[in-house]
Ligand binder design. Structure first.
Ligand SMILES: Cc1cc2nc3c(=O)[nH]c(=O)nc-3n(C[C@H](O)[C@H](O)[C@H](O)COP(=O)(O)O)c2cc1C
Length: 218
């Protein structure tokens, strides 16, 4: 992995981006509704509302809201460069977001704004030993591909991957606060169990999970 030159890495990343853009022009499987990218609650009001929620109602999250949530989390906000709504270590953009709900698991593709099915299994209850996570209608699983951070030492990869995911999580917190959703960043996930379930290669690690749902009234 360390032998890979930056030039080769960027060339292959650009090719992957080009292929993804081509896919967007055709019939993208798992295409999400267009994400909302302006308006909404003011930032200061959203910060005033931000909090961790651990009691969720049964109400599910529709795809319009999910699409905007994922865009806020780590969507493309500068199409000319492919850069995102959250910063990342040396713009490695190593975090992939998996969306787990009752129907299974989908993987978010920020370039095509789609979420393709990767597993037809409800894994929410297996995401963490903390039972409240499995009660949320949607659980985000943050996975860092350390291959995209090949220039860093293993220690730096792991540390930066957690920092990057936590910034994404704060974007999710703020969007949730702005639309009346509840969420909670969870470090106490069953990371190795999730890696096994998702069949992740060795270079990829689960950093956090983040349940999302409408707060239970009362
Ligand atoms: C890195 C990190 C890991 C966290 N892990 C958990 C967790 O495993 N379980 C949990 O219930 N909350 C977790 N939290 C949420 C904190 O407990 C919560 O942010 C804190 O109690 C403050 O509450 P507030 O978010 O409502 O301000 C975590 C927060 C951070 C930043």
């Amino acid at each position: 992995m360390r032998m890979l030159t930056r030039r080769l890495f960027l060339a292959s990343a650009a090719m992957a981006g080009w292929l993804s853009s081509k896919a967007a022009l055709t019939n993208t499987p798992g295409a999400l509704p267009t994400a909302r990218k302006s308006g909404g609650m003011g930032l200061l009001d959203a910060l005033s509302e931000r909090r961790s929620t651990r009691l969720y109602s049964d109400r599910t999250i529709d795809d319009d809201i999910l699409s905007t949530l994922l865009w806020c989390a780590f969507g493309v906000n500068r199409p000319e460069s492919g850069y995102r709504t959250a910063p990342s270590w040396r713009s490695s953009m190593e975090t992939d977001i998996y969306v787990a709900d009752a129907g299974g698991v989908r993987k978010f593709d920020p370039v095509t704004q789609s979420a393709k099915s990767v597993l037809a299994q409800d894994i929410r209850g297996k995401a963490s030993p903390q039972p409240f996570i499995g009660t949320a209608p949607t659980v985000l699983v943050y996975v860092a591909d350390r291959f995209r951070m090949y220039e860093a030492s293993e220690e730096e990869q792991i540390q930066s991957a957690h920092v990057d995911a936590a910034i994404i999580a704060q974007n999710v917190y703020l969007y949730c606060a702005s639309v009346g959703l509840g969420t909670c960043l969870v470090g106490g996930a069953d990371k190795s169990g999730l890696a096994q379930i998702l069949d992740l290669p060795e270079s990829q690690i689960v950093t956090f999970v983040q349940p999302v749902g409408y707060p239970q009234a009362g």
